[in-house]
Design a protein around this ligand. Structure first.
Ligand SMILES: *Cc1c(COP(=O)(O)O)cnc(C)c1O
Length: 362
């Protein structure tokens, strides 16, 4: 008998559906929190000029030193804190799960308030860790009492707090987060994928909390194609994680291109400011669409609720008009019932989205 996947692949992996990225050919893409704005022509030329001398026959700098130095400067990182780079923050989330696998027989657990970013759960499962999701309150705030009880009960090796949270868009209460960090028996990763749009961060809390790590990415500020995420924290933790990092995980083009982009930080900042303005306009416009309830957002996307039972029909109506947003289906659970998520796009994309939405709900 030839060997089959059933012989070799764990049942929980065989039971998984592959992470589904819907085809977006020719569509207005408002499903994945990408920045819609391209770079101006002269900046593109300067970037291409920088790439001209790249030696593709050589391996990348394994430590990505120039990029790390640039990042440290950009973040104004104090001495005593360091960064670990990943091929997207997804890779770092996976690396954390790998690093925290217990010794033989020892069950370890990852905990997060839910709904939240699905990769926390997925990577825990990949690594054979337990995962505990603790429901948010109906207003998407942290249920501190339930979280504290779950922390006591499960003693998680790792807690994820997305700040602002995806897909709900809100910022959790900072003091509640600090209390959870103090109560945690293990590590707490505050995932700041949307910090450029939030005016809030826990980076400043790092020096006072040895079990705190802050995760960021350049994906949502306009560099999703480059795949670069970074974890900020104290070196004695990052050193251990670094041992599990594959050599050369950050390719040469990414190292050079992100460093170049950070040298032109004012453009990234201006684009983020423009998207925040567009978000305010989109929130205001959604707020007066009959049948729509809109949730506050500190990110570059907006979560909104449509009349009961109509989320699928609205999603399909938009797709038929060439506009792709995000629906949750049963994966969203009770709290996301009737909810849809839309990325803040360009002025024109947002206009077309609103027009299609009004029509779909008419
Ligand atoms: C988009 C997102 C990420 C993934 O970022 P990459 O760097 O593109 O892998 C991580 N965390 C949250 C909360 C996100 O929404």
């Amino acid at each position: 008998m030839p060997v089959t996947p059933a012989d070799l692949i764990r049942p929980e992996i065989r039971a998984l559906a592959a992470y589904h990225v819907p085809s977006a050919d020719g569509m207005i893409k408002l499903d994945a929190m990408e920045n819609p704005h391209p770079w101006p022509g002269e900046l593109r030329d300067a970037w291409l000029e920088r790439l001209r001398d790249v030696r593709l026959n050589r391996y990348p700098d394994p430590g990505a030193q120039a990029l790390k130095t640039r990042l440290r400067e950009t973040l104004s990182l104090p001495e005593g804190l360091d960064v670990l780079l990943g091929n997207g923050s997804d890779e770092l989330i996976q690396l954390l799960a790998l690093a925290l696998i217990g010794s033989t027989g020892e069950r370890r657990c990852v905990l997060a308030p839910e709904p939240t970013f699905v990769m926390y759960r997925m990577t825990a499962l990949f690594a054979g860790l337990d995962y505990v999701g603790v429901p948010l309150r109906v207003d998407f705030g942290l249920d501190e009492e339930a979280l504290t009880a779950a922390i006591e009960r499960h003693r998680p090796a790792l807690i994820y707090l997305a700040y602002p949270n995806n897909p709900t868009g809100n910022l959790f209460d900072r003091d509640a987060m600090l209390r959870l960090i103090a109560a945690a028996p293990g590590l707490v990763v505050v995932d700041e994928a949307y910090s450029a749009f939030a005016d809030a961060s826990l980076l400043d809390a790092l020096p006072d909390h040895d079990n705190l790590l802050v995760l960021r990415t350049v994906s949502k500020i306009g560099l999703a194609g480059l795949r670069l995420g970074y974890l900020v924290g104290v070196p004695h933790w990052l050193r251990e994680f670094d041992k599990l990092r594959l050599p050369y995980n950050i390719n040469t083009l990414t190292q050079l291109s992100v460093a170049f982009a950070l040298e032109h930080r004012e453009l990234l900042d201006a684009q983020a400011a423009r998207l925040k303005q567009a978000r305010a306009e989109l929130l205001a416009a959604l707020d007066v669409v009959p049948g729509v309830t809109v949730h506050p957002s500190a990110a570059n996307f907006v979560l909104f609720r449509v009349p009961a039972g109509r989320a699928d029909a609205v999603f399909e109506a938009l797709r038929a008009r060439g506009i792709l947003i995000k629906r949750f289906g049963s994966s969203g659970g009770e709290l996301l019932r009737d909810c849809l998520r839309v990325t803040v796009g360009s002025t024109e994309e947002n206009r077309l989205f609103l027009e299609a939405l009004r029509e779909a709900l008419d």
